[in-house]
Design a binder for this molecule. Structure first.
Ligand SMILES: Nc1ncnc2c1ncn2[C@@H]1O[C@H](COP(=O)(O)OP(=O)(O)OP(=O)(O)O)[C@@H](O)[C@H]1O
Ligand SMILES: [Mg+2]
Length: 452
């Protein structure tokens, strides 16, 4: 039986509605004040709440968020003697499902209740279907129905349980770390630790002791023994993220650790055996790093036994709707908002966007839009794209000097691209250089040269 909570101070009306709705097969709980209503709502879960706007102790509008806090799935219908449209709009903005002006026929109310219940039913059905679709097209929380992603899931399943090292490649934000976790949780090592280390985030002189640990007295600040990440990840999985940034000296030591399954802690005379499954990730072209002698060839082959490549989002647009839906639901829930979708125009923009920052950019975009959204659908105005909305000519020519000199134009173009890359990665030069496809050192020099 559908439970209804009826919050109405006017006794005769409350009684009449209670009897009427009772006869129509609802279980009605009555409350004469706002406080009583809140207390009843806390005790039992009601599917529908009918709430008067003018209560002796509360304005019904204040009550809406408090009731929703108790349970935001209940359907609220607001009743008021003041047929003011402003109040109705405000009530609905606050989360009420519908609005009815007094005086009304009980039958009118009944129609509204049934309509709200029906919509809710549809919404739940819809949610269940969406979940089913998502389960079918996701693997360890990684969403993807595109052939490329489906193939990748198949590969992960095949290799998860072998101890081979895997090199995960793909542009920034494509989900490399997510895939690494997926491999770990798909493997028999899932109950042991998954440890990830970003090789570009730790200063070179600390990285060795971070990875392998050190013994007391190994260097001035080594006042005690320290376990390295290899030991932390014992019997589990260690992800070496941004592996291209690993200094050459450590590349040699890492190669040894993989080949011999043993490490030497900094300052230690003994070796320590380790059982760790290694995964490496990079957004760079490691093959090219090898050619340019920034990466050791043997290590490259050792890591690259299996290569899992994540294509950029713009090459798997089939995944966009599922990803948008997934993040929309995730962030609406988190923000306590009931947002049902994107307007046609907004969806058009999202589907046409090239997503240079890949899934991470999409995730951030949806989160921001959800926070800005006023209504149940996200409009085009509520989305902000950096500058991709500019017509192509404007976007590319604005920064070019008014000259035909290739030399000057090239410098301006370089300056522009470097500025954009630094902006994109919040000033992270390692990542910027990766995306610009120039060496870190070259980037530093250009930053200086252009005074960026
Ligand atoms: N297929 C996917 N399904 C769901 N979420 C995804 C997917 N791909 C990426 N994400 C999400 O996008 C964000 C970026 O993913 P992740 O950190 O794995 O990318 P990355 O390739 O390691 O990026 P970077 O090179 O910048 O470190 C994360 O929040 C992740 O959960
Ligand atoms: Mg990453």
């Amino acid at each position: 039986m559908v439970k209804i909570l009826l919050i109405e101070d006017e006794e005769s009306l409350r009684h009449m509605l209670s009897v009427f709705l009772g006869r129509k097969g609802f279980a009605v709980t009555e409350a004469a004040t706002g406080e009583e209503g809140l207390a009843r709502a806390k005790e039992t879960r009601h599917k529908v709440i009918l709430c008067d706007i003018m209560l002796p102790d509360h304005n019904g509008l204040e009550l809406i968020p408090r009731l929703r806090e108790i349970d935001h799935h209940q359907l609220m219908i607001v009743m008021s003697a003041y047929g003011s449209l402003d109040t109705a709009i405000e009530a609905i903005r606050l989360g009420a499902k519908d609005y009815i002006s007094k005086p009304f026929e009980p039958r009118e109310l009944l129609i509204k209740i049934r309509k709200a219940l029906e919509e809710e039913h549809l919404r739940e059905d819809n949610l269940r279907l969406r979940r089913e679709v998502e389960n079918r097209y996701s693997f360890q929380n990684i969403i993807g129905r595109s052939p490329a992603m489906q193939r990748l899931f198949g590969q992960v399943k095949k290799v998860a349980n072998f101890k081979t090292t895997i090199l995960i490649t793909g542009e920034s934000g494509t989900g490399k770390e997510l895939i690494a976790r997926g491999i770990h949780y798909q493997s028999e090592r899932r109950d042991r630790p998954f440890v990830a280390v970003n090789c570009s985030a730790i200063p070179e002189n600390l990285l060795e002791s971070e990875l392998f640990g050190h013994v007391k007295g190994a260097f001035t600040s080594a006042t005690s023994h320290k376990r390295g990440l290899f030991e932390e990840a014992s019997e589990g999985t260690l992800l070496l993220d941004e592996i291209a940034e690993l200094p050459l000296s450590l590349q040699t030591k890492l190669l040894r650790a993989i080949q011999e399954e043993e490490i030497r802690k900094v300052g230690d005379t003994k070796i320590t055996n380790v059982d760790v499954r290694l995964l490496a990730a990079t957004s760079r072209d490691l093959g090219r790093e090898v050619k340019e002698r920034r990466f050791r060839e043997e290590l490259f082959y050792r890591l690259n036994v299996v290569n899992l490549h994540l294509p950029p989002l713009r090459e798997r647009t089939e995944d966009l709707p599922l990803l948008l839906d997934h993040f929309l639901r995730h962030f609406s829930l988190k923000a306590g908002k009931q947002i049902e979708g994107f307007s046609g125009e907004a969806l058009g923009l999202l589907l046409r966007h090239p997503w240079p920052g890949n899934v991470r950019e999409l995730e951030n975009q949806v989160e921001r839009a959800v926070l800005l959204a006023d209504g149940k659908t996200i409009t085009a105005e509520e989305m902000m794209f950096a500058d991709t909305e500019l017509p192509a000519e404007k976007a590319s020519a604005g920064f070019l000097p008014d000259t035909l000199s290739i030399k000057k134009s090239k410098a301006a173009l370089e300056r522009h691209l470097i500025g954009k890359a630094l902006e994109k990665f919040g000033g992270n030069r390692t990542k910027a250089s990766g995306e610009l496809e120039i060496s870190y050192r070259a980037l530093l020099q250009k930053i200086k040269e252009y005074g960026l």
